[in-house]
Design a protein around this ligand. Structure first.
Ligand SMILES: NC(=O)c1ccc[n+]([C@@H]2O[C@H](COP(=O)([O-])OP(=O)(O)OC[C@H]3O[C@@H](n4cnc5c(N)ncnc54)[C@H](O)[C@@H]3O)[C@@H](O)[C@H]2O)c1
Length: 357
């Protein structure tokens, strides 16, 4: 078991990474004097897989648990579910000091985080991420949000959790597509700031994807350390934190043009490859490093170029991006594996790169 820490304006919180962490969570809750009542928010299927056994441990530790569920799916990260959950909390007489434990992937983390941040002006939040993406990315950094109709993450607040408990054991039930979503974010972390993680994925991709005990632990720890380090230095995304958008400018456009027909991991992989090709054209990234990054994307079984989509549709979608300035687009671009810069890029270069196969 390893613990990282995130610093924020009001203090710091631990990110605990290991296997079979239920006892550690119960001990930490007792020591932190949180409870004795707790809210556990999850999806029905995650409740079946992990929620009820966690509740048993919490009962043994003397906690009373109010279990609430929302159906799986991005469409439930909504204002409607938020409103329903406020009513449930109120009906169960949840008070200001009662913590909410968010057990699930990024959807539960973002929705539960937003509800915890706003119910009674904030109740304590504990993140228990159950997807690889949530363990290396969404549970860390205090961003919470819900969607407003089709507008993703339109309503939200920064709200640091009291702690994050990432139990590697739960990754074993993830479908392969969810593993790939996490691998794409890990690759991004490696290219942004963690050459050791990149080399690990380059040398041992198959074993990491097969969730080899030691390697998945090391990979999650290295990826999470990139996020804990960056958000500790830029909690509110004033500057540095934007480097975590590597691959996401093109990635979000790919998701939007395909109406989310392409998974987040594949879209980020296409975006990462495009950013690397742009960097190479601008003579920022050496061809050998470009080749290594494309090689690892392919090794992961992720796409490294646009499928049958018109590049001009992607460019059109990117122009709606919040980061577009005077027609130029702000891109995070690698200069080495482990180092990135932020540059404005001309649309012509992006179009050329997106046409490459
Ligand atoms: N707050 C942030 O900083 C941040 C960062 C990145 C992404 N996000 C958000 O995260 C969300 C995506 O998160 P996600 O990829 O984790 O998806 P998700 O939460 O929808 O989970 C994906 C699927 O996996 C299932 N699942 C979860 N854990 C499981 C397990 N251990 N075993 C079996 N099935 C399991 C879920 O029920 C769901 O069907 C998006 O809404 C995105 O906007 C937030």
């Amino acid at each position: 078991m390893k613990t990282l820490f995130v610093r924020h304006a009001l203090g710091e919180y631990p990110v605990v990474i290991g296997s079979n962490l239920e006892n550690k969570l119960v001990t930490w809750l007792s020591r932190s004097r949180l409870g004795p009542r707790l809210v556990l928010l999850s999806h029905p299927e995650i409740m079946q897989l992990y929620g009820w056994s966690l509740i048993q441990e919490l009962h043994k530790g003397g906690f009373e648990v109010i279990a609430l569920t929302v159906p799986s799916g991005e469409e439930n990260k909504s204002l409607e579910e938020t409103g329903r959950l406020y009513c449930e909390l109120s009906r169960n007489l949840i008070e200001r000091g009662t913590p909410l434990l968010a057990l699930g992937g990024g959807v539960i983390g973002d929705l539960g985080g937003f509800v915890a941040a706003t119910y009674m002006r904030g109740i304590p939040l504990v993140q228990i991420p159950t997807t690889l993406l949530a363990q290396v990315d969404s549970s860390i950094g205090g961003k919470t949000a819900v969607n407003c109709g089709n507008l993703k993450n339109q309503v939200g607040v920064f709200y640091p959790p009291r702690a994050v408990f990432s139990d590697l054991k739960v990754l074993t039930t993830l479908p392969p597509e969810q593993i790939n979503n996490g691998i794409a974010e890990m690759l991004k972390c490696g290219v942004v700031k963690q050459p050791r993680l990149f080399s690990l994925l380059e040398k041992r991709m198959e074993s990491v994807k097969a969730l080899d005990n030691r390697l998945i632990g090391e990979a999650v720890l290295l990826a999470a350390s990139v996020k804990t380090d960056i958000v500790s230095r830029d909690e509110r995304e004033k500057g540095l934190r934007q480097v975590l958008n590597l691959g996401h400018t093109v990635g979000h456009a790919v998701e939007s043009v395909t109406d989310f027909g392409i998974s987040h991991g594949s879209a980020v992989a296409i975006g990462l490859a495009a950013a690397c090709r742009i960097a190479n054209r601008l003579k920022l990234l050496h061809a050998a490093e470009l080749g290594r990054i494309i090689g690892v994307i392919n090794l992961a079984g992720l796409p490294s170029s646009l499928p049958d989509i018109d590049p001009s549709a992607i460019l059109g979608a990117m122009k709606h991006d919040k980061k577009s300035v005077h027609g130029k687009l702000k891109f995070v671009l690698p200069v080495h594996i482990g180092q990135v810069v932020v540059r404005n890029v001309e649309p012509e270069i992006i179009a050329e790169v997106l046409s490459e196969r």
